[in-house]
Structure formats: C-alpha cells, structure tokens
Ligand binder design. Structure first.
Ligand code: 8YV
Length: 338
C-alpha cells in the first residue's frame, strides 16, 4: 500500500477538517492547541512530510534550516504568511502554500463591522444596557454617534480583501480612496467611484478613515508610521484587520489620547508582551473598538481554509504544483520552477 503523507498540525482545526485529514494523512495534531515553541515544532516534525502551520507559529530561517529533510512542504492554515521566512524556505527547497480567497468576504465583513461599530458607539451602547441602571431609556439627544455616509475611506492595499471592503463601504455611502502597489482596472474603479492615489501621504491627508489591507512584508512594516498618523485628519480613525506591525501602535495610542484621532477599530494589536494597558484603557473608554484577531473566524471560512490546506497537501504529494503556492516577494512568475 502507498504510505500516507505524515503531517504535523500545530493548532486544532475545525472538527470536520481534522476528521478528513485523519483519513487522508497520518496526522499528528497539537491537541493542547497552545502555541508551540520552535523546539516543540522541530520535535514534532521528526519523520514528517508536511508542516501545517498557523499564524502563531514562528517559522524562521533557523527553524527551516533545522527541519528534518523529510519535510518538503509548509502548508499554512491562513492567508498571511508573515510568520514564515518564505525566502529561507525557498532557498532550502521547501514549498510554502497558503489559503487565500476563502476568507476574503468574511474578513471584509469584519472590517466593516468595526468601521461602523466605532462611530455608531455599538459596544458602548450594548454595555450601557447590560449594566444595572445605566440605560435611562430613549432620548433625542443621548448616545449620539457620527454618520458614516459621505465620509472618505482610504484603503491601504487594494487586493482581494481591500476590494471587498471597498464594495461594502460603497454601499454604506462612503467615498472610496485607495493606495496600492498597482492601480486597479477601470472595471473595478468605476463601479466603486474609487480614487487612486500613488502617494500614500497625500491620501492619508484626504480621508476620514484609514483601513489597512496589505500583507505584512518588509515593505509594508510600519507603513502607517508616526509621521503618517500625524498627517491624519483631526477626528479621523484607523481600522486594522490585517497585522499589528503595519502601524506604529505607540503613536496611534498617543494620537487618540491627545484627541487628534477619534479612535481606532482594531482586530489585531501587539500582543507579544500582553496587551498594552494604554490600549485597554482606550478600549474601556470606547475610543478603541477591540477584537482579538477574529476577522476570518467563521466556521465556514475556517472550514474552507482547512479544505484549501488539504488540497495544497494532496497536490504537492501527488507531484503537482499546489494551487496556492507562495513565492518569495519580488520573485517574478517567470522564475517559477515548473
Ligand atoms: C487567521 C489571518 O486567523 O489568514 C490570515 O492571514 O490572519 C487569519 O485568517 C490566521 O492567519 C490563521 O493562521
């Protein structure tokens, strides 16, 4: 009989995915579902063919160099692969795959939920009602928020998710502006009434909301710098469902504390040493709406992400090009191996 591929899965995945993996592969799941150290991952990879990783795993050059030679594929459960040193994997001849597209719409929904929750005071309103005696009943002047319609939204990174956010935001009456590596075709721009900016500084000065939708790369690290946050309009706010490292969190907090910025709606934040107390204080004060990296957390998206991992593994083990191969930044398509 043909041997089943041996895979290490670093986090628990939806039940149906784990069940399917167990039938197709010789599967070793980290049942504890806590983040594994590099040493744990290396120990778990003994005799394995595939590493199924998630965003919480740090797959750096050192780990890649020390992986058993049997491991030929890192199949990320997720779209972003900033936790993986893709260049080091490439150099070591290890293939990397991800799970794009299936999480686009749900992630875009969450960006819009957050974008609405802040100016419409959703969390504050809900909390007030739940706390004994704090809700005084309806009044014409209580809990006034700010209208979203007619405001300018600046999207940083007009890829799949950024574009899906733009279509939703357009339906809410926002004016769409975007900054991206590549200008999008008129077929995308026209229905959105979108304005393209080739200068991020200028766009930031012209919008009321900045929403981040780029992958985290060397190029985008800190793209919403202290300097750029300083350029944002008085009373404007930031939405981030991408990665914390895209912005200067200290500068963002200072900008909100000083009253220059109205706030932020964040699904991602620096969590390396716990959550910044200043961030929590602003969230308690309802100037920040805070959720914990849950933009793609629907059962449907997480199941489809798992299915995409399976498809990638099967294609690779069958000797085909996996459908969602990730190449190092800057490597052009012509250089792809066949
Ligand atoms: C996941 C994400 O929660 O896909 C991504 O890039 O950030 C989220 O969908 C996470 O990455 C799973 O590894």
């Amino acid at each position: 009989a043909i041997q089943k591929p041996k895979i290490l899965v670093t986090r628990r995945l939806p039940e149906s995915i784990e069940a399917r993996m167990a039938t197709l592969f010789e599967t070793d799941v980290n049942d504890a579902d806590v983040t594994l150290t590099g040493e744990d991952i290396l120990a778990g990879l003994e005799d394995k063919d595939v590493l199924v990783s998630s965003i919480t795993d740090r797959i750096d050059a050192d780990l890649i160099a020390r992986m058993p030679k049997s491991v030929r594929l890192i199949a990320q459960f997720g779209n972003g692969v900033d936790n993986i040193d893709v260049e080091a994997a490439w150099a070591a001849g290890v293939t990397v795959t991800n799970t794009p597209s299936v999480l686009t719409e749900d992630t875009a929904d969450m960006a819009v939920v957050l974008m609405l929750a802040l100016p419409r005071r959703l969390i504050e309103g809900a909390e007030m009602l739940l706390r004994d005696g704090q809700w005084a009943g309806w009044s014409p002047t209580s809990m006034l928020g700010t209208r979203l319609r007619g405001k300018a939204l600046g999207i940083v990174g007009m890829g799949r998710i950024g574009t899906a956010v733009a279509f939703r935001a357009r339906a809410f009456g926002l004016n769409i502006h975007y900054f991206s590596r590549n200008r999008r075709p008129l077929a995308v721009e026209v229905p959105l009434g979108a304005t393209y900016w080739d200068d991020l500084d200028r766009m930031i000065e012209a919008v009321d909301i900045v929403s981040l939708h780029t992958p985290l790369t060397r190029e985008t690290h800190g793209i919403l710098s202290a300097e750029r946050l300083g350029r944002m309009r008085e009373g404007s706010f930031v939405v981030n469902v991408s990665r914390p490292e895209l912005l200067d969190e200290e500068a963002l907090l200072s900008g909100i504390e000083s009253g220059h910025l109205a706030g932020a709606a964040l699904d991602v934040f620096d969590n390396r040493n716990g959550i910044n107390p200043r961030l929590l204080a602003l969230a308690q004060d309802h100037r920040i709406v805070l959720t914990g990296h849950m933009a793609s957390s629907t059962l449907e998206a997480r199941t489809e992400m798992g299915e995409a991992v399976i498809v990638n593994i099967r294609a690779f083990m069958d000797g085909h090009q996996p459908p969602h191969r990730v190449l190092p930044e800057g490597l052009n398509a012509a250089a792809r191996p066949v």
